[in-house]
Design a protein around this ligand. Structure first.
Ligand SMILES: Nc1nc2c(ncn2[C@@H]2O[C@H](COP(=O)(O)OP(=O)(O)OP(=O)(O)O)[C@@H](O)[C@H]2O)c(=O)[nH]1
Ligand SMILES: [Mg+2]
Length: 183
């Protein structure tokens, strides 16, 4: 059976890149920017799933975002076993909910010691956004284990129209590279 997203699924692999994080963190906005190389903030919460296929160099990347609202979070772990890579997006300025974001991330990956994780500290443009070292501490990323590949990058999705930032290009290249390595 073919999955939504990529027209040519990779044979023999789960192949998906799961994109998770609390509601409003910016998952859809980041995916849109990565897909089009144009910045456009998403306007509506994802009510279920959002599948996006992106080609970058030799990699075909098959992203699946699951919405972050409370009712959808129960689906997150169901999709984990087959994925290549987890992208976890946080709103760097949402100080009040960083502890929840941390708990959910740790719960998700506790039984999978090798799944690579890319954490995107999004909304770095907002005044009051925590910097990367504060996000590292708030999410207790040092506890995540040294067996897995773990990356933490700051990103932001600017107002509509402009080209994507260099941080977003770096994120895209890193993800493409990881997909090649883990396949
Ligand atoms: N200032 C700022 N706003 C952002 C950024 N990224 C996203 N937003 C805004 O944050 C809100 C939520 O963005 P989404 O991309 O829909 O968030 P999401 O993680 O997909 O949310 P759900 O689908 O509900 O789980 C929207 O109003 C976006 O315009 C960013 O980097 N900076
Ligand atoms: Mg969304």
């Amino acid at each position: 059976p073919s999955r939504p997203g990529c027209s040519k699924p990779h044979p023999g692999t789960g192949g998906q890149i799961l994109v998770l994080g609390l509601d409003g963190a910016g998952k859809s906005s980041v995916l849109h920017s990565l897909a089009t190389n144009q910045v456009k903030r998403s306007v509506a919460p994802t009510e279920g799933f959002n599948a996006v296929c992106i080609n970058s160099g030799e990699s075909q990347m098959d992203f699946l975002e699951i919405g972050g609202s409370e009712s959808l979070r129960s689906y997150w772990k169901m999709y984990l076993p087959k994925v290549l890579l987890l992208i976890y997006v946080v709103d760097s300025a949402d100080h009040a909910r960083l502890p929840v974001a941390k708990e959910l991330l740790h719960q998700l990956i506790q039984n999978n010691s090798t799944l690579p994780v890319v954490v995107l500290a999004n909304k770095q443009d907002l005044e009051g956004a925590y910097c990367i070292t504060d996000i590292y501490d708030a999410l207790a990323l040092s506890d995540i284990g040294d067996k897995r590949k773990m990356f933490l990058l700051g990103t932001h999705v600017a107002e509509d129209g402009s080209e994507i930032s260099s941080s977003m290009k770096d994120a895209k290249e890193l993800i493409a590279q990881l997909v090649l390595e883990v396949q």
